[in-house]
Design a protein around this ligand. Structure first.
Ligand SMILES: Nc1ncnc2c1ncn2[C@@H]1O[C@H](COP(=O)(O)OP(=O)(O)OP(=O)(O)O)[C@@H](O)[C@H]1O
Ligand SMILES: [Mg+2]
Length: 327
């Protein structure tokens, strides 16, 4: 649904330049919620702004719903942009217009008639749960309500894609949860494809199907969450599903076991203890249900050196489990 092909964007002049995006390629499937995470300055906002060409890349192609936005004229681009809604951290509402007026504004560019604009605005305000605030002004709303107006405005022209730039960063945890629920509802009810950027791992965990890690303008890792969690050495998985950090005792062996699919409910620790007579300690564990299947990792401490535990580790591996021995 959204494809970036080798997109690069550099800011600055000949004296000082920043490669905000460096050869970024990305595919977001139709109907999925895709999260991009990364530190401040990693290029997240630049990336999302290239998707509707608010930021025109120096190189590469941006294809949305089969249309290469980088190769079309301004008239066609205006039409294509109507199919891409966007929401922002600070809502970007017009304070002089009512809630309904803000939503109707998004319909004026589509050329819809006044009556149709009103009908559509009320329909979408109902969807986001703000019918009783239609006549209110943004200054009279809470942050969560303002973001609901932002979402209503973004959806007014019936887009196929929703872009979200830190839409919940200014909200408290409970309001964040309700906004994320709303995003998931519209994703499912309207079949909307969502590309969101955030620095909050919880946001990704709560609603994303897939995620990518952006670092200094480059995508260093990406994939479906259910795959990431069982990918050995994955930094995204370590951030999304931290194992905790109980320190091991000197001279002992630490192993990380990755479970996925059918292996998640096997009595691995009991078996290790019984078959190999080992006193196993659990240093950390994470088991999550993502997309209906279980995946997770467990960090275990085994008494003695890695050499002394070679048979037990080989046994685990022979059961098809992924076992990494910590250095
Ligand atoms: N219009 C601009 N002019 C010059 N430099 C820019 C411009 N926009 C972004 N940059 C630079 O590009 C880099 C990426 O910025 P970007 O805003 O995409 O980061 P970000 O990941 O969204 O950060 P944050 O989490 O703080 O919002 C930064 O080094 C930034 O200073
Ligand atoms: Mg940003």
């Amino acid at each position: 649904m959204i494809s970036l092909h080798s997109v690069s964007k550099t800011f600055g002049d000949h004296t000082r330049s920043v490669a905000a995006l460096d050869d970024v390629s990305l595919d977001v499937a139709r109907g999925e919620i895709f999260g991009v995470v990364g530190q401040s300055g990693a290029g997240k906002s630049t990336l999302i702004r290239t998707v509707n060409l608010l930021e025109r890349p120096d190189a590469g192609a941006v294809v949305v719903d089969g249309v290469d936005l980088t190769s079309i004229g301004s008239g066609q681009l205006r039409l294509a942009r109507q199919k891409i809604g966007m929401i922002f951290q600070h809502f970007n509402l017009l304070s002089s217009r009512t809630v309904r007026g803000n939503v109707e504004l998004a319909l004026e560019v589509t050329g819809a008639e006044r009556r149709e604009r009103r009908r559509r605005a009320d329909e979408i305000l109902d969807l986001v749960g703000l019918t009783d605030k239609a006549e209110a002004y943004p200054g009279q709303l809470s942050g969560g309500q303002k973001q609901r107006v932002g979402i209503a405005r973004a959806l007014a022209a019936e887009p196929t894609v929703l872009l979200s730039d830190e839409a919940t960063s200014a909200l408290d945890p409970e309001t964040t949860r309700s906004i994320l629920e709303l995003v998931r509802t519209i994703n499912q009810q309207l079949g909307l494809t969502v590309l969101l950027i955030t620095h909050e791992m919880d946001v990704v965990k709560t609603i994303c199907d897939s995620a990518a890690l952006l670092e200094s303008g480059r995508i260093v890792e990406h994939g479906p969450l259910v795959e990431l969690i069982s990918r050995p050495g994955s930094r995204l998985a370590a951030d999304l599903f931290p194992l905790g950090a109980v320190p091991p005792h000197a001279g002992n062996t630490v192993i990380d076991i990755t479970f996925s699919g059918g292996s998640a409910d096997r009595p691995v620790i009991a078996q290790l203890a019984r078959t190999h007579g080992l006193d196993v300690s659990i240093l950390g564990a994470v088991i999550e249900t993502i997309g209906g299947s279980q995946a997770g990792r467990t960090r275990l401490e085994l008494p003695g050196s890695a050499a002394a535990n070679a048979a037990a580790i080989a046994d685990l591996r022979s059961q098809g489990l992924l076992v990494e021995v910590a250095a």
